[in-house]
Design a protein around this ligand. Structure first.
Ligand code: NAD
Length: 355
């Protein structure tokens, strides 16, 4: 069952909005299989990146506070509008909360009615992993088998599984400043088909890795990856630098890399490239996917995906979930929209409901 590309609200059910809870999302992943979901999501994201000019695009709207950020990520095409609400609070895990939580809405442009409300904490981990692996298909060195993974938190295993599924890596090397996170990830990846190597330093984790993923959470300009750790031909998948003042790579790594981004107006503010002059050359991924720009051009080149997460990836993910729901994936219907018999008699509807 391939998810359909086009979606429309069902006229008979306009007033009830399908809601996909965390339990429903877990059911979807476990029913369809994680690798199938990652592959289908990557297909949906790629097809949307290839029609990039059709979208209304804007950098996300961020509300910063000392310990984190809350963001709204909207986009639309001619048929649908979508947005995600997402937070990023690196200190949260110490209090037992997630660093990143999210939910999102997909609507019909034709009448403005929502057609899906969904949890997006699990979905964000899935779409981020699917995007990373999709991008690596264009940029990683041919035949890459080993990935180093800095940061073994909530996103980690999703990333590892996406690279196994879409790229065929067979080994993941794990490193986190908290050994308990590495133990957790190694346990979760048992029987995944990946060889898992637990490492105790950044220098150790990059040994023999053709792909380096940085996925740490710290609200500062960190230097997770220094120049001496990055050999020729490596692909860097930099996930965790996604806010002003929150980066992971030493500037020297950027200066040696060919840099690829999602949406430049957002990445210049939030990504690793906030460390560079605005004149520094960068390449937009949608153009690489359409064959209008070059991806990796040399086996010795260092390629860098400066990922911050863009609204179109969430739009694709919501479209995917909606297409699964229309084919019977678990959900409930929410009475979210007023539906008076006469559309103009909203007052009468309230009045008639009096006890
Ligand atoms: P998390 O808090 O669950 O995990 C982060 C891990 O990084 C923790 O285990 C922490 O101990 C580790 N860490 C912190 N500093 C480190 C260091 N110097 N070296 C090694 N490990 C270190 O967070 P998460 O949900 O896994 O998210 C990871 C990062 O990815 C966050 O910064 C988040 O904002 C970002 N993110 C980006 C996208 C995107 O689209 N680019 C999407 C989701 C999350």
């Amino acid at each position: 069952m391939k998810p359909e590309n086009k979606i429309a609200p069902s006229p008979s059910n306009l007033a009830m909005v399908p809601f996909v809870s965390v339990a429903h999302m877990m059911d979807l992943v476990n029913q369809r299989g994680l690798e199938t979901v990652l592959r289908e999501l990557a297909d949906m994201i790629e097809s949307d990146f290839k029609r990039w000019p059709e979208f209304d695009k804007t950098a996300r709207v961020a509300a910063h506070s000392p310990d984190g950020v809350i963001e709204l990520m909207p986009t639309a095409d001619a048929e649908n509008y979508g947005f995600k609400y997402v937070n990023g609070h690196p200190k949260n895990t110490k209090q037992g909360y997630q660093t990143v939580t999210a939910f999102g809405v997909l609507s019909s442009v034709a009448n403005g009615y929502p057609i899906l409300l969904s949890e997006m904490t699990v979905l964000t981990a899935l779409r981020t992993a699917a995007t990373s692996a999709l991008v690596a298909k264009y940029l990683a060195p041919k035949g890459a088998k080993t990935m180093a993974m800095f940061g073994n938190g909530a996103q980690c295993e999703f990333q590892a599984m996406a690279f196994k599924t879409l790229l065929g890596i067979d080994t993941v090397r794990l490193y986190d400043i908290d050994p308990a996170a590495t133990e957790k990830a190694a346990k979760n990846l048992q029987n995944s088909g990946l060889k898992v190597v637990k490492c105790t330093s950044g220098q150790e984790v990059v040994e023999g890795a053709e792909i380096i993923t940085t996925c740490t959470a710290d609200k500062q300009n960190a230097t997770i990856l220094t120049d001496n750790m990055v050999g020729a031909g490596v692909h860097i998948n930099a996930i965790g630098g996604d806010c002003p003042g929150k980066t992971e790579l030493h500037r020297d790594v950027l200066l040696r890399s060919e840099i690829f981004v999602e949406y430049p107006p957002q990445t210049w503010v939030e990504g690793e490239i906030q460390q560079l002059e605005k004149t520094h050359p960068i390449t937009e991924l949608w153009q690489v996917m359409r064959g209008e720009a070059v991806g990796r051009s040399d086996p010795r080149q260092i390629t860098l995906f400066d990922s911050v997460g863009f609204a179109i990836e969430d739009f694709s993910a919501l479209r995917y979930v909606h297409s699964c729901v229309t084919k019977g994936a678990a959900h409930e219907l929410l009475d979210m929209l007023a539906d008076p018999d006469d559309p103009r008699d909203l007052f009468g509807m309230v009045k008639r409901a009096q006890p």
